[in-house]
Design a binder for this molecule. Structure first.
Ligand code: FE2
Length: 381
């Protein structure tokens, strides 16, 4: 593995000095999924993942063509949207892709400038800057296109005090399951088609001013059957990290290819959410019905030889199927859910970092074998 962040931080800082000038990002504002049944999806994310009810938009708020539920857990905000009419872009999206991520919204101080600077550098326009207002103030939004049909929305909300944004009202619910300790989005991974990784790496570098964090080639991440290539792009303050995957040739179908086949193109593969107590979080998620990838019991037999000393009891990790990886700066604990919808596409990662800044490359082999086991059951290997 070639690491570029730890031995050249000065160079990166210099590169970012210019990058931050044109696109300072405060963090992820929200992630919007287009789903077949937003009301029931909202129930799932509350029950299974411990999200809380925040805001609602629909017929009662004057929204005629769609309904949206906004859910939040600490800094993670999800918006679930379904169409109310038989034809339209939301219907087309769901028809083509199944339930999936449409908008990855980024929180900025100036949505107009963010739009102008990125479009100037070659971004395709999703929608021009617009200001929406209600009694709580105003929000400025603009949008640019990224891989597949995915959109980055720039959200400027410093002049807004409402529960989410104009057009939404507070969603009071009598059903408020216990949160699972999920804190913020650590990274979001995009799967792109064969030979397209570098095109999108260049897009994030040139158009958004991101830099590459870690790179490894397909020899690093392959098993007997499946393979992929991946590069991680990050913004200047490191709050936004977007790994980009493309399939690579293996003996059988790459899991990335399986995703592309079922999603019908490029899209968000997984959302990694951070916790500072992964044991408690996993117990809560499992109690809520979240399904995780099966990790072979043998994974733990030589774990300490691979990762050295860790604070956690191996038995506690084994019981929950939690994976561990180490890099130069520390270690991380992680676990991957099964796909959250009907198609084998979007899934979640639960991650707790204890110093490590990498993404669990050492676990890819164990993980891939687990995914292959699932692919075999689906007959898509
Ligand atoms: Fe990840």
């Amino acid at each position: 593995m070639k690491t570029t962040y730890d031995n050249s931080s000065l160079k990166l800082k210099k590169e970012f000095a210019e990058a931050e000038d044109f696109l300072p990002l405060n963090g992820t504002d929200y992630v919007e999924l287009y789903v077949g049944n937003a009301k029931q999806a909202a129930h799932f994310y509350k029950t299974a993942f411990g999200f809380q009810s925040v805001a609602y938009s629909g017929l009662e708020t004057g929204m005629k063509d769609r309904v949206s539920y906004v859910l939040q857990q600490d800094k993670i905000r999800l918006v679930l949207t379904s169409p109310m009419e038989p034809h339209g872009p939301i219907n087309d999206h769901i028809n083509t892709h199944g339930d999936g991520v449409k908008n990855v919204a980024l929180w900025v101080d100036d949505a107009t400038k963010s739009f102008e600077e990125t479009v100037k550098r070659g971004a395709e326009v999703a929608f021009e800057p617009k200001t929406i207002e209600d009694d709580h103030g105003k929000v400025v939004m603009s949008g640019i296109k990224t891989y597949g049909e995915t959109v980055h929305i720039f959200v400027e909300r410093s002049a807004y005090e409402g529960p989410f944004m104009p057009g939404f009202r507070k969603w009071e619910s009598d059903y408020n399951p216990q949160p699972a300790g999920l804190k913020f989005i650590d990274h979001m991974v995009g799967n792109v088609g064969w030979g397209e990784m570098n095109k999108w790496v260049d897009f994030y570098a040139k158009v958004l001013g991101f830099a590459q964090l870690v790179s490894f080639d397909d020899k690093d991440i392959s098993t007997d059957y499946t393979a992929l290539m991946s590069k991680v792009m990050t913004n200047g303050n490191g709050r936004i990290k977007f790994p980009i995957n493309e399939p690579a040739k293996g003996k059988k179908k790459s899991q990335i290819e399986e995703y592309i086949d079922f999603y019908k193109g490029a899209g968000v593969q997984h959302i990694a959410v951070a916790t500072d107590d992964i044991l408690t979080t996993i117990d809560r998620l499992k109690a809520g019905g979240v399904e995780f990838l099966y990790v072979p019991d043998t994974y733990y037999d030589d774990l300490l030889d691979r990762v050295g000393h860790i604070d956690e009891e191996i038995e506690e990790l084994r019981k929950r199927g939690i994976l561990v990886d180490r890099d130069d700066e520390g270690y991380l604990l992680q676990l991957f859910t099964k796909p959250v919808g009907d198609r084998p596409t979007l899934f979640f990662e639960i991650i707790q970092r204890k110093g490590a800044k990498s993404f669990g490359k050492g676990n890819f082999k164990a993980l891939f074998e687990a995914i292959e086991h699932e692919q075999e059951l689906r007959g898509t290997l």
